[in-house]
Each structure stands twice: as structure tokens, then as C-alpha cells.
Ligand binder design. Structure first.
Ligand SMILES: O=C(O)CCC(=O)C(=O)O
Ligand SMILES: [Fe+2]
Length: 271
């Protein structure tokens, strides 16, 4: 018997990866999201589809240039309706429906793929609201961490696409597989504690003590962090994740840029 040894059961990036051309993409993605909280489809968009997606992104930001930008809230939360500031750049938010159809027809078509609806209904159950909004994010102001490790206040399923080649220097998405069911309990207890989106503590590593983290996740912070996976990948790669999986957007080094598009799907009906 080995007393005091660690039996870790580490999950690697290959466990989360699925080939985007596979016929069983829906099941492959849904199964990984259910099991680990995140699925990774490298090079999901390529060639002219990727180029037109990138072009439409550029055109959307050109169209709002010079307009007033909505600031972050006093606690640093981002609640902009359309054209907003982030701590590291700018974003544009589009509601599903006519607004999206008019402004971003090609992007809308990319996100209207049947398999995405199947993954959403399989994971979120019915009813659910597919891609309630899409956010175009352009990060260009250097920072150690674009967004620290957190969960989102409302549990959602997100589809996130890289528009640039991403590595550890330009905002790689990171996730800690296997954390979602514990986080869900933490998120729900935060809502019951204060029922105020501004006061909900979402930055798991920064806002909670070692003891609280151990009570919820059964591990101390350093061990939890050692299990994080950085998704370094070419432009056009896709991540599908349960936002209850602890996640972050990593370092943005001087002179680097990271553009992503994120679509959020919710349980139940959201107008
Ligand atoms: O853009 C990223 O890498 C992370 C964004 C994020 O936290 C989210 O979409 O919930
Ligand atoms: Fe998030």
C-alpha cells in the first residue's frame, strides 16, 4: 500500500478533442461536454468560410468606429448592450433574430448549423434557447490575464471560435475539466446568498479561501490549477463548454491580438 500517494486521473487535451468532420460530431461533442465540461474541435472552420467569418468581424467593428463605447460597471462586470469596453479591448454584442441576421449574415449561417442545436438540446434539455446572443471580442491591450479563472453567473453552454492563431501569449482559453458539477453548487449557493449579479463571487481562485475551495472541489487551489488545460490552436478552432467548468482567457502579451466569437445558449426560454 502506498500511503499518502496521489492518484490523479488527469485529463489531457486529447481526451477533449474531436475531429470536426466526423459524422458523430454531435454525440462526440455532447459526450465530452457532459463528461469533462469542454470539447475541442481544432480547425473547425477553414479556407473561404474562415476568411469570410474574419472579414465580417472586421466589417462589424469598422461600422461602429467612432461611436460611444459602453463602459464596464464599477465592479468590472461587462453588461454592455451592444458596443462595449472590456478590460483588454472592445466587444460587440448581437441579440439573436433580426439584429444578427441583418448585421452578420455569414456569421449567423455558421452558427445556424443543425448539429449545434442538437448539442444544445442534448446538453441543456428542452426548452433551451440556442445562441441567444453572439459576442465579437477584440482583445489588444496587454494584460497578465484577460479574464481570471471563473464561472459565469448564469450557467450556459458556449460555442467559442478563435479568429486568430492562439497560443499562450495571446489569450488562450483555459479550462479545468471535471469541475462543473461542483461549480454548479457553488454558483447556486452564491445566488441564494445574495441574489444580486453584481455581488456574486465568480472568480473562484481569487475570491474563495483554500478551505472553501477544498470543501467544494475536494482539492486545494494549486492542485486544481495544475489540472488546467490551455487551448493553443489555429484560427477557426472551436471550443464548446459548460460555463460551470472553471475557465479563463489567458495572457495577452505586448503587441499581441486575440479575436474570438462566442455564442451563448441557455436553459429554458430567453426572449
Ligand atoms: O474568451 C475567453 O477565452 C473566455 C471567455 C469566457 O469567459 C466566456 O465566454 O465565458
Ligand atoms: Fe466565462
Amino acid at each position: 500500500m502506498i500511503i499518502g500517494d496521489i492518484f490523479s486521473g488527469r485529463v489531457g487535451i486529447s481526451d477533449l478533442t474531436i475531429d470536426g468532420t466526423r459524422e458523430d460530431l454531435t454525440e462526440g461533442v455532447a459526450e465530452r461536454v457532459r463528461r469533462f465540461g469542454v470539447a475541442f474541435v481544432p480547425n473547425w472552420l477553414t479556407g473561404s468560410t474562415l476568411t469570410s467569418f474574419q472579414d465580417e468581424f472586421g466589417e462589424a467593428f469598422s461600422a461602429v468606429e467612432g461611436r460611444e463605447v459602453e463602459p464596464l460597471t464599477s465592479t468590472g462586470k461587462d453588461v454592455a448592450e451592444h458596443y462595449g469596453q472590456t478590460r483588454t479591448g472592445l466587444h460587440l454584442k448581437y441579440h439573436h433574430g433580426e439584429m444578427l441576421q441583418k448585421a452578420l449574415p455569414r456569421t449567423r449561417e455558421i452558427f445556424a448549423q443543425e448539429w449545434m442545436a442538437s448539442v444544445a438540446t442534448s446538453f441543456l434539455g428542452k426548452p433551451c434557447t440556442l445562441h441567444r446572443h453572439l459576442v465579437l471580442c477584440d482583445d489588444f491591450k496587454p494584460r497578465d490575464e484577460i479574464m481570471p479563472y471563473h464561472y459565469d453567473e448564469v450557467g450556459t453552454l458556449k460555442f467559442l471560435v478563435y479568429l486568430d492563431d492562439v497560443d499562450r501569449e495571446n489569450g488562450a482559453f483555459h479550462a479545468i475539466p471535471g469541475t462543473s458539477s461542483s461549480t454548479r453548487r457553488l454558483r447556486e449557493s452564491e445566488w441564494l446568498r445574495c441574489d444580486d449579479v453584481e455581488k456574486i463571487r465568480t472568480n473562484v481562485i481569487e475570491s474563495f479561501s483554500q478551505e472553501a475551495i477544498h470543501a467544494v472541489y475536494g482539492q486545494y487551489k494549486s492542485f486544481l490549477l495544475s489540472r488546467a488545460i490551455a487551448f493553443e490552436a489555429p484560427a477557426g478552432s472551436l471550443l464548446v463548454f459548460d460555463t460551470d467548468t472553471i475557465h479563463r482567457a489567458g495572457t495577452l502579451a505586448e503587441g499581441k491580438r486575440c479575436r474570438v466569437v462566442r455564442a451563448s445558449s441557455y436553459r429554458g426560454y430567453w426572449p
